[in-house]
Design a protein around this ligand. Structure first.
Ligand code: HEM
Length: 341
């Protein structure tokens, strides 16, 4: 089976429940079908290749929006269906101020006992003047979190499985740790943590973290003028052999203080930037890392995975992400001693 679509089903469910906080089975069912369609159409070559000015005009023209064959029309129809559900959810939370947590704490966490989904916190948020976000602003935030958080996490999981099934030693060490119960803490880092880090290092999903310069930047003897984009190349940094010796090898031990010198681990951690860095560091990094740990553990408790083909999968560009060319093709066999379900 290809593992990436299976991971997408899980990460979509997480966004719908943890971020959108939707519990109603009917609305969940509708979004389960609509959101992948929206992502597919929004990223489709048919829509992306329409020049931006033509696209804007087509999106604003009631006449053109009646032409069902146009990619812009197909996009707007699905988007409007999704929006209708999201606006119902936003209105529902607004109508229940007591259960919306009242106010989000300064650190962004919900009041104790209140719902902790992101939508509830967005509804409860107030700016310095006490103003709430508009419905449209909340909807935009939810869509941003969906687009940024759903395929990225699924693809990272698929790559980690793709690497693990081709590195039997690492797979055996991980399964042994999981079978032993609570992951053994080695200097605060479990083998599971190290596998997640190494998966994201060996196969980063996002290529860069661009910044638009508002002033001249001097870097490595070059002067780059204001108005240019400057970006670290995430894959280049993560394969720097001075920081990550034998970068082509999948070796979680490089993040384990027990197996590698503390200085080398600290250096590896400093250069580990699959989530970008600085002020615009990924807002969902902690959620993504938690998801990856839980999903890896739960899958490997239930099934034994092996590579469907021996050769490594090629990297394929999909929108702005790098995905496994065969979607992470694995053979999954139920574990006789494993958890059921
Ligand atoms: C393994 C999964 C993920 C990867 C590899 C990833 C990667 C990234 C990267 C490279 C950036 C740009 C950082 C920069 O410019 O310095 C970013 C930004 C962002 N990510 Fe993620 N991300 C992941 C998961 C998530 C999740 C689960 C969410 C939310 C549910 C999320 C929400 C965001 C948001 C909102 C931003 C923009 C932050 C800002 O500009 O202030 N991401 N992510």
């Amino acid at each position: 089976m290809p593992v990436r679509p299976a991971m997408e089903r899980i990460t979509l469910e997480v966004i719908m429940r943890v971020v959108f906080g939707i519990e109603d089975a009917r609305r969940l069912g509708a979004l389960r079908a609509l959101l992948p369609r929206l992502m597919r159409i929004a990223g489709s070559a048919a829509l992306v290749r329409v020049p931006p000015n033509v696209r804007e005009r087509a999106l604003a023209s009631p006449l053109l929006l009646r032409a069902g064959a146009l990619p812009t029309t197909r996009y707007v129809r699905v988007r409007d269906e999704v929006d209708a559900i999201l606006y119902v959810e936003i209105a529902r939370r607004r109508a229940e101020p007591d259960t919306a947590g009242g106010s989000a704490d300064a650190d962004g966490s919900a009041d104790a006992g209140g719902p902790s989904d992101v939508l509830s916190q967005l509804v409860a948020a107030r700016d310095e003047d006490g103003a709430a976000l508009t419905g449209r602003e909340i909807r935009d935030e939810l869509m941003t979190l969906l687009v940024a958080g759903y395929e990225t996490t699924a693809t990272s999981l698929a790559w980690t499985f793709e690497r693990l099934v081709r590195t039997p030693g690492a797979m055996a060490a991980l399964v042994a740790e999981l079978d032993a119960g609570t992951p053994a803490a080695r200097g605060g880092t479990s083998y599971l943590d190290a596998v997640v880090k190494e998966g994201m290092r060996a196969r980063p999903v996002v290529l860069g973290a661009p910044r638009l310069l508002d002033d001249t930047a001097k870097i490595g003897g070059y002067e780059i003028p204001a108005g240019w984009y400057l970006s670290a190349s995430i894959p280049l940094v993560l394969t720097d052999p001075e920081v990550f010796p034998e970068p082509e090898r999948f070796r979680p031990e490089r993040f384990l203080p027990g197996a590698t010198s503390p200085e080398a681990v600290a250096r590896a951690n400093r250069s580990w930037l699959p989530f970008g860095g600085g002020r615009r560091y990924c807002a969902g990094a902690q959620l993504a890392l938690l998801e990856m740990r839980v999903v890896l553990a739960e899958v490997l408790r239930r099934v034994t995975l092996t590579a469907a083909r021996p050769e490594a999968e090629k990297r394929r560009l999909k929108n702005v992400t790098l995905v496994p060319g065969e979607s992470g093709l694995v053979v999954a066999r139920p574990r006789e001693d494993g958890a059921s379900g």
